[in-house]
Design a protein around this ligand. Structure first.
Ligand code: NAD
Ligand code: MG
Length: 387
């Protein structure tokens, strides 16, 4: 059997690195065709020397020579710039793209791969939040699978195996609650980035860690679930489950609930997506009931963590509203990580941006790009006014 050739877009990130660990553990099954990074030339070079891809792309063009000088002699093609990233995404030598870029920047290469008929293992939830209708329509047209990597969506996807004829009544996304579970506004007003970056159960990239602390991550995931599984807003619920053992659930129309469980480790959903429909042996630590005498559940506090309430509105509203919210969120998270604005100010800027940017009910791809740019500009001006 020939090896599956993987293109990892965003290989230097948290998901990308863990995907390379999975690939390294199964050299008989996978080989790396492409690696891409934003600007971390050192790590991209190290990864390329180890995994010997056909090509690497670095988005930051100022790093081109640095990367090329090392890899060219090794017979590895080197490209730079975001246009090159989109072009390489269309290569037919990629059997599966792992979309592990963070944020809106992941949309163009992912859509390019799907348009080319390449199956995608999708970690980059923002792609579906921004333009889920267009992305899923392209996947349907090309008949290519979009396999979720996000742990909640992987859980739902796993629960749906063997159920192609059966209808979903609802899905229940579990949320850890993040580092500030149980905290109130008077506490959150003072929290700083270092504390917000400490997630109790998962170690992740900076942006998703802040999104988890504000519960925006769960809001983005509700929208992601809508597109991946063709659901209505009313069919998507969130429950806080601080132990992160149940990764999400599906309730069918007979009332039966299926849950997927395991220790919180992103390598598991990554491995599942890379090897789908097969399950691979591994040595990951196993769940032990003795260590978890109680699994608990509670309602999310949407009054304190207003990003989740905003996301629910945006999910119902549809059109370009999720794109506006996502753009504003990317800007505020960036500003919070630079210590420019406070934790609760992130929500204020998102709300104001949603109020100001023109709503479009049936946006084209071009509309999404314009909406993203306009929303970022507006959010940036609000952030400037605050600092
Ligand atoms: P990260 O910040 O650790 O890594 C992001 C990767 O994208 C890096 O390789 C970076 O070089 C690249 N990148 C960033 N900006 C880019 C740009 N403008 N152009 C090209 N490349 C760019 O992020 P992460 O935590 O690995 O998350 C990646 C995606 O997976 C996100 O959408 C996140 O929501 C999702 N996700 C992550 C986790 C997790 O555990 N980390 C879990 C579920 C879903
Ligand atoms: Mg998740």
């Amino acid at each position: 059997m020939s090896k599956k050739r993987i293109g990892i877009f965003g290989s230097t990130g948290s998901i990308g690195k863990q995907a390379l660990d999975v690939i390294a553990a199964h050299p008989q099954l996978f080989e790396v065709e492409v690696l891409t990074a934003n600007s971390n030339a050192d790590l991209l070079i190290t990864q390329a020397l180890q995994f010997k891809p056909n090509a690497v792309v670095i988005a930051d063009e100022s790093k081109y020579n640095e990367v090329k000088n090392v890899l060219f002699d090794k017979g590895i093609k080197v490209f730079a710039g975001s246009q090159a990233m989109i072009e390489v995404a269309t290569w037919s030598t990629i059997d599966l793209m792992l979309a592990a870029i963070v944020g809106f920047a992941g949309l163009a290469p992912t859509l390019a791969a799907i348009d080319q008929g390449t199956p995608v293992a999708l970690a980059n939830k923002e792609t579906l939040v921004v333009a889920g209708d267009i992305v899923m329509a392209a996947a349907a047209r090309k008949n290519v699978p979009v396999i979720p990597v996000d742990s909640e969506h992987s859980a739902i996807f796993q629960c749906l195996q063997g159920e192609p004829m059966n209808k979903i009544e609802k899905v229940i996304l579990t949320a850890s609650g993040g580092p500030f579970l149980g905290k109130k506004t008077n506490y959150l007003i003072n929290v700083k980035k270092d504390h917000a970056l400490q997630h109790p159960n998962w170690s992740m990239g900076a942006k998703i860690s802040i999104d988890s602390a504000t519960l925006m991550n769960k809001g983005l995931e509700m929208i992601e679930a809508k597109w991946l599984f063709g659901l209505e807003a009313e069919q998507i619920e969130v429950i806080v489950h601080p132990q992160s053992i149940i990764h999400s659930m599906v309730q069918f129309t007979d009332g039966s609930l299926k849950a997927q469980m395991g220790l919180p480790d992103m390598k598991l959903p990554i491995q599942y997506a890379l090897a789908y429909p097969n399950r691979l042996d591994n040595e990951f630590p196993r769940f032990n009931f003795k260590n978890y005498p109680s699994l608990t559940f509670e309602q999310p506090d949407v009054k304190t963590f207003r990003n989740l309430a905003i996301s629910m509105d945006v999910l119902k509203k549809g059109g370009n509203a999720p794109c506006i919210m996502n753009a504003a969120n990317e800007e505020v998270v960036h500003a919070f990580l630079k210590n420019r604005i406070g934790f609760l100010q992130m929500t204020e800027v998102i709300e104001e941006t949603l109020d100001k940017i023109l709503f479009i009910e049936k946006p084209t791809l071009h509309d999404y790009y314009q909406t993203d740019a306009a929303a970022r500009e507006h959010a940036a001006s609000l952030i400037n006014a605050l600092t």
